[in-house]
Design a protein around this ligand. Structure first.
Ligand SMILES: Nc1ncnc2c1ncn2[C@@H]1O[C@H](COP(=O)(O)OP(=O)(O)O)[C@@H](O)[C@H]1O
Ligand SMILES: [Mg+2]
Length: 615
């Protein structure tokens, strides 16, 4: 019940949009249920007609007023069915041939309609749900993605929505219509013979108790299936994206072994799940057979009419089928509830970085970017401590420091991937938290060490910089970035498809593509984060040339491990453990004792004794 409630509460916003479909499906389902009762009456009337007058057992079970209506209806029905020792008129022939098939036809059609409307509604709800999840994922801030794994998210989008779909579709079809079916059958049976009906009801706990305990088992297995699937899909994503490393370290065997292990786990849980699921049916069959055996005993013992016995026996068969479906549905609902919880967790996750209502637009950059007493932590200790500095418009500010000092974190704060723990970052005097996020990010172009190449053509990859860029603009940007030359040599030029992760391009070529993106973006502020540090010296000099072009007329924040690239900065901040330890121009810093000089010595830019100039 708790699970059912969970699924229903979770589905409500999605259900609302699909009300017309659900409503049509429900009506078809209710009518289907009611028709099951009608079927029993016709069966009884048909068999009654073999023996006249009708047996007394029927009359005893019905109150006088009901009896009147019930008997009238049964008499009328009797006139439409063949009767022993009476002539076969056209009414009896037509009725005898067509009434039962007609009922079966209507019953079948209603069942089909119920299933069609409800399946369609469930499918649409799941599509809505998947879209909601994807847009939620896009709205979440970067910290969320550091905390979750790709495999887990993929399983949520694909498997959990599927399990949820299965539970919603049984909820709409079986759970919606079968209680009505059961009620209609019980009602009809009770009218025909209440004692036999009570006998059937007494056996119901025999179905419910094992079904509930099996559903519990299924739920446990389902948890196992989810955790194994997540582990497996994580491994899969890692293997595929890190295939170079795996091969280089000869990890293939180990990886495959781990995968096999997970696959076996998955198989074990799936088998448990399947056993729990498929034991439900046989158990209910056993109880139903017991019901039939007892029925036959009672019929002989109590001398009950053949017509009543046939109707009740049919009723028992019709009665246990929906019970079986409900028990199966319960298993699916247990699974679905588990998935619904995982989906709710995801949909309820709040982005730590949000745009506040009434955020101000910012289209141009006029004066300066200011870090004012900014501190930041990823969770434990502060990685940025009380940092203050200004990047005036049109200037080039460099940041130097050892790896792990907090340099990249500064750019993430500027893009508002995270918000500072204390202090503020201001653009032209406005706190970033008061600005429209998309506007803010449009002010910056980031060229970093990691270039993400999408699975598209070269032209489309450059156009990532600004949607709606024309072909001419794309080619111009490539030219400025020094990429045109190699692109034109490719088999289809700008239309060359660069495969997943751009494996066909060299590091320098990828970096020039990312600079072309920055050119096409044409934003006022350029942020360079170790843009050339992974390149060989030949590629570096080509890329560096393109960067000089890009920097022209822009405000630049440049982070460089290689200090020589900072030589022309207006100011350099030396950062260590999240704090500014030195600041000044290249010339000033190189002559001061301190971190900058020791790094410069280490890099061979200056030696211990001679005050050097950048090499
Ligand atoms: N997503 C993250 N979650 C937790 N800690 C992080 C994360 N990214 C970076 N850090 C930590 O923050 C510190 C600064 O990292 P970073 O800004 O990347 O340094 P840099 O760019 O100077 O090499 C490091 O100690 C690093 O381990
Ligand atoms: Mg870094």
């Amino acid at each position: 019940m708790q699970e059912l409630k969970k699924i229903i509460i979770f589905s409500i916003p999605f259900l609302k949009r699909r009300m017309p479909l659900i409503f049509s499906g429900l009506i078809a389902g209710f009518l289907f249920g009611a028709f099951n009762g009608a079927y029993l009456f016709i069966l009884k009337a048909a068999i009654d007609n073999f023996s006249s007058p009708p047996p007394q057992a029927t009359a005893s079970s019905v109150s006088p007023s009901k009896k009147y209506f019930y008997q009238q209806a049964m008499d009328e029905l009797g006139r439409w069915l063949p009767k022993a020792k009476e002539p076969l008129d056209w009414k009896r022939i037509c009725g005898g041939i067509f009434i039962l098939p007609l009922i079966a036809l209507v019953r079948g059609a209603l069942r089909l309609l119920n299933s069609y409307f409800m399946t369609l509604a469930a499918a649409k709800i799941v599509a809505d749900l998947q879209t909601a999840i994807l847009s939620k994922l896009h709205s979440l801030s970067i910290d969320f993605f550091h905390k979750s794994t790709t495999g887990d998210l993929a399983i949520r989008i694909l498997n959990d929505t599927k399990a949820f779909y299965d539970s919603v579709s049984v909820l709409f079809t079986d759970v919606a219509k079968d209680p009505i079916t059961i009620a209609a059958i019980l009602f009809s049976c009770a009218l025909i013979d209440w004692r036999l009906t009570i006998l059937a009801i007494l056996l119901v706990p025999g179905c419910i108790i094992p079904a509930v305990s099996l559903a519990k088992k299924a739920r446990e297995a389902s948890m196992g299936i989810i955790s194994s699937s997540v582990a497996q899909s994580n491994l899969l994503f890692e293997s595929l994206s890190g295939i170079h490393v795996i091969k280089a370290f000869c990890l293939e065997k180990k990886n495959i072994e781990t995968f096999r292990h997970q696959a076996n786990d998955l198989a074990k849980h799936a088998a448990k799940m399947s056993i729990a699921g498929s034991m439900v049916s046989p158990i209910i069959d056993i109880v139903a057979s017991l019901a039939l055996s007892l029925l036959i005993l009672c019929v002989i013992w109590q001398n009950i009419s053949i017509a009543n016995m046939a109707a009740i026996a049919n009723g028992a068969i019709l009665f246990f089928a929906p019970i079986k479906r409900l028990a199966d549905a319960n298993v699916k609902i247990q699974e679905g509830a588990l998935s619904a919880r995982r989906l709710t967790d995801l949909l309820d996750t709040q982005s730590t970085v949000t745009e506040r209502p009434g955020a101000k637009p910012i289209k141009t950059f006029k004066k300066q970017i200011e870090f004012s007493n900014v501190s930041f932590s990823y969770g434990n200790e502060l990685v940025i401590k009380n940092l203050s500095f200004v990047i005036p418009k049109g200037k080039k500010v460099g940041i130097a420091g050892r790896s792990g000092a907090g340099k990249t974190t500064l750019t993430s704060l500027l893009f508002r991937f995270y918000d500072p723990v204390s202090g503020a970052i201001l653009i032209d005097g406005e706190d970033l938290r008061d600005l429209k996020i998309a506007d803010l990010r449009n002010l910056f172009s980031l060229v970093s060490q990691d270039v993400v190449i999408f699975n598209r053509s070269i032209a489309e990859n450059i156009a990532v910089g600004r949607s709606g860029a024309t072909r001419q603009e794309i080619e111009q940007a490539a030219k400025l970035a020094g990429a045109a030359e190699f692109i034109e040599k490719l088999p289809q030029g700008y239309d060359t498809f660069i495969g997943e992760r751009g494996v066909k391009l060299s590091g320098g070529q990828r970096q020039r593509l990312s600079i072309a993106r920055a050119f096409i973006r044409n934003s006022p502020v350029i942020i360079l984060d170790e843009a050339t540090s992974s390149l060989d010296s030949h590629s570096e000099s080509i890329v560096q040339q393109a960067i000089y072009e890009l920097e022209k007329g822009k405000t630049v924040l440049i982070i460089a491990h290689r200090l020589s690239t900072l030589a022309d900065c207006d100011e350099i901040l030396v950062i260590d453990r999240g704090q500014i330890v030195q600041r000044g121009t290249f010339g000033e810093l190189i002559t001061q004792e301190g971190l900058f000089k020791s790094m410069a010595i280490h890099q061979g830019i200056v030696n211990n004794s001679v005050e050097g100039i950048p090499s």
